[in-house]
Design a protein around this ligand. Structure first.
Ligand code: FE
Length: 258
């Protein structure tokens, strides 16, 4: 089993340790590489795979192949005059600095310190987000108007997926990690979410119900994770720094600082 690396929300500067090109390839927020059990027909079509039997197979050169493809496509688009040399950097910079998991972390932290806000963000997510004046303008754009939040509790744990493709709440989480788009992850999370979460290192007790939410063009789900114990004395800003993209996708808990 592989436990995803934590990728704590940055303090507004968007630095997740990924280069811009890696950001393009990884899809941004999270850098986790879970080892999903099960074999996708798509993945096994490739000859070169990881060596761990019974695990999630993927070609070991998948990211370098994707990088070459992305750069070739960018060069072609520039050559044809469809984009300029700055276009891709501008888009990536937008998701590094304006729309990313640092926004979601602020929403979660506010929900933790203000139960009324937590209820409002579940009841009417875009309206509640509009209350937070320190978020960047345009949160309702970039498909933010379709966002809906669900809150974890002692008896329920929420998991967000997109069974069809990779629908994702960009304004609060940025760009999705590559594994979120993976056919095996998408299929298995719908079929056996408890087993998939265990492979992420997140064991949900049998007494806790797991609800899986399928994002679509109409609704982009994200999770308000539970506030960890031992954080009573922390400020809202300090709490926000604890919130990871993975916790807002439902594949991890938020951990208290050690
Ligand atoms: Fe989708």
């Amino acid at each position: 089993m592989t436990t995803p690396e934590r990728s704590n929300a940055p303090d507004g500067d968007g630095d997740y340790g990924l280069s811009r090109r890696n950001l393009l390839l990884a899809g941004g927020a999270a850098v986790a590489t879970p080892a999903f059990t099960g074999v996708s027909p798509v993945e096994t079509a490739h000859a070169a795979t990881t060596s761990a039997p019974g695990r999630f197979y993927y070609p070991i050169d998948r990211e370098s192949l994707s990088a070459a493809r992305a750069m070739a496509l960018e060069a072609l688009l520039i050559e044809k005059g469809i984009i300029t040399g700055n276009t891709v950097d501008s888009v990536l910079s937008f998701f590094e600095t304006q729309m990313g998991p640092f926004n979601g972390a602020k929403i979660v932290a506010r929900a933790w310190v203000d139960p009324g806000f937590k209820q409002r963000v579940v009841d009417n997510t875009p309206a509640a987000i509009a209350e937070l004046v320190d978020l960047p303008k345009g949160m309702a754009g970039a498909e933010g108007e379709h966002m809906r939040a669900v809150a974890n509790g002692p008896h329920v744990h929420h998991l967000v997926i997109c069974t069809l493709c990779s629908c994702y709440p960009w304004p609060v989480l940025g760009l999705p990690p590559y594994w979120y788009k993976d056919p095996t992850f998408r299929a298995r999370s719908a079929r056996e979410p408890r087993a998939v979460l265990k492979e992420f290192g997140l064991e949900i007790p049998p007494s806790v119900e797991i609800k899986t939410w399928d994002s679509s063009a109409q609704i982009r789900w994200f999770v308000i994770p539970e506030r960890p114990a031992g954080t009573d004395g922390m400020s809202e800003a300090e709490l926000a720094k604890l919130v990871t993209p993975e916790s807002m996708m439902g594949v991890a808990r938020v951990e208290a600082p050690h």
